[in-house]
Design a protein around this ligand. Structure first.
Ligand code: PLP
Length: 455
């Protein structure tokens, strides 16, 4: 099929001296280009590629470009899950991005007190804000909420007992299991009650001299329904305090504001938990709060201080980049009226379904054209999820586009279409349901990015 030139491949040098070969050297360096050319020449020898220097060089450039695509890169999250753990959870506010960028580029006051010229404390950048926004006496920030729990349990309950309801022994994302976290922190788990019902007397009967903590865990990714009973947070705090042990409330998502103001389902706030008598509250930075990955321990000053002094704190601490982003994110909460405009997580969650439907109608034809013959595209009503375990049952009305294979439904065809979307320069991630590929457009704010690559 290829001409007689395919018999004798050009030399590596000859390809390097071609115009595209020289361009490749300028972009990727001599070493990497020569390696890619040798690989391309191997394809010439088996007849896959013409023995033309320019074409060999172009094949090498394609391979070098493919290898240069970053592994961690932006995607369009059209799954309908706003805080998608596998897609990196919260999108940061512009103020947080700017603060993180400045922190990356310059030396910063990470542990430096400008007033005294002496050593400062890294938690000082967020402590006052966290206290102001939650009503807590003191606060520290660590790597994530799992770290906050490991630290709090290690500092306060190692070698002693922690009491938890059987109905709250959660697993989050495959690797976070509460019993395993407790074991690694060296505290003995004392389970009380049953899966569906736990009463005040169950806790009261379990508190003894070896008890270090009573713990309440937000069952953030499931709900027990039917014949159920749990002890209200305020009553549980009273029980713990009567037994002279602190109550640790793991809120998980932990919003700082009343979400019903934005038309969203009610979620207990961190301030609610503090007001209800929790001595310590742990929660995440990159769930409903809308910041970078982080975890917080807020609450009683003496208990937070014990966590801060524990050797694990150093291992779990935040770097200047995330602290800068966190401080900027928390500052946005000082102006609740601007919050929905400036915090992407809230903006996306509160986005009206009618607006998403209008966008879906605009994008249906371009998507259908891109999918090609054999595919039907239609606007659908769907339900977005908050994600990351926040409010597992409540969903938010949304809209999107379903792509369905015409004629006999084929699972393989839908899988192949999903793979084509993932193969775009900015990969598009949808979900497959009922034999169709569904794209929930709630999180598509910049339609131009999608349109440009469909064209
Ligand atoms: C999400 C969650 C965690 C873990 O938080 P990360 O920030 O992902 O480490 C712990 N507890 C609860 C209740 C959660 O919802």
């Amino acid at each position: 099929m290829l001409g007689p030139m395919s018999v004798r491949p050009p030399s590596v040098d000859r390809v390097l001296r071609s115009a595209p070969g020289a361009a490749a050297v300028a972009r990727f360096g001599h070493e990497a280009t020569a390696v890619a050319i040798r690989a391309a020449l191997a394809r010439v020898r088996v007849g896959e590629l013409a023995a033309v220097p320019d074409q060999v060089a172009l094949a090498a450039i394609s391979a070098l470009e493919a290898a240069a695509v970053p592994s961690l890169r932006p995607v369009l999250n059209l799954t309908g899950t706003v805080l998608h753990t596998n897609l990196g959870r919260a999108l940061l506010a512009e103020a947080a991005i700017a603060a993180a960028t400045e922190a990356m580029r310059h030396a910063a006051t990470l542990e430096f007190d400008l007033a005294t010229g002496g050593r400062g404390e890294r938690d000082d950048h967020v402590r006052a804000l966290l206290c102001e926004l939650t009503g807590a006496e003191d606060a520290i920030a660590v790597n994530n909420n799992a770290a906050a729990l490991v630290l709090a349990l290690s500092a306060l309950a190692a070698g002693r007992e922690t009491i938890v309801s059987r109905g709250e022994l959660i697993e989050i994302g495959g690797s976070f299991r509460l019993p395993a976290i407790m074991e690694s922190a060296g505290t003995r788990l004392v389970e009380v009650g049953t899966t569906n019902r736990t009463h005040a007397r169950d806790y009261e009967g379990a508190i003894g001299p070896a008890t270090a903590l009573v713990m309440k865990v937000h069952t953030s990714n499931y709900r027990v329904e039917g014949f159920t009973a749990e002890v209200a947070p305020r009553e549980l705090a009273a029980i713990a305090h009567a037994g002279e042990v602190p109550l640790l409330d793991d809120l998980g998502s932990g919003t700082l504001i009343d979400l019903t103001r934005h038309g969203l389902p009610r979620e207990r706030t961190v301030a609610d938990a503090i007001r209800d008598g929790a001595d310590l509250v742990t929660f995440s930075g990159d769930k409903l709060l809308g910041g970078p990955q982080a975890g917080f321990i807020v609450g009683r000053r003496d208990l937070v201080a014990r966590c801060a002094k524990h050797p694990l704190k150093r291992a779990l601490r935040l770097d200047k980049i995330r602290l800068a982003a966190l401080e900027a994110t928390l500052r946005l909460y000082r102006n609740p009226d601007r919050l929905a405009a400036e915090l992407p997580t809230l903006r996306l969650l509160a986005r009206p379904a009618a607006e998403i439907r209008a966008l879906s109608e605009r994008l249906t034809a371009p998507l259908a054209a891109w999918a090609g013959t054999g595919w039907a595209a239609e606007v659908i009503d769907c339900q977005s999820q908050i994600g990351s375990g926040a409010m597992p049952v409540e969903t938010i009305p949304s809209a999107g586009i379903a792509l369905t294979p015409a004629g006999r439904a084929s699972g393989a065809a839908v899988e192949a279409l999903a793979a084509r979307l993932r193969g775009l320069p900015v990969p598009v991630i949808g979900t497959i349901r009922h034999g169709a590929l569904r794209l929930d457009l709630r999180c598509l704010e910049d339609a131009a990015v999608l349109l440009a690559q469909l064209a």
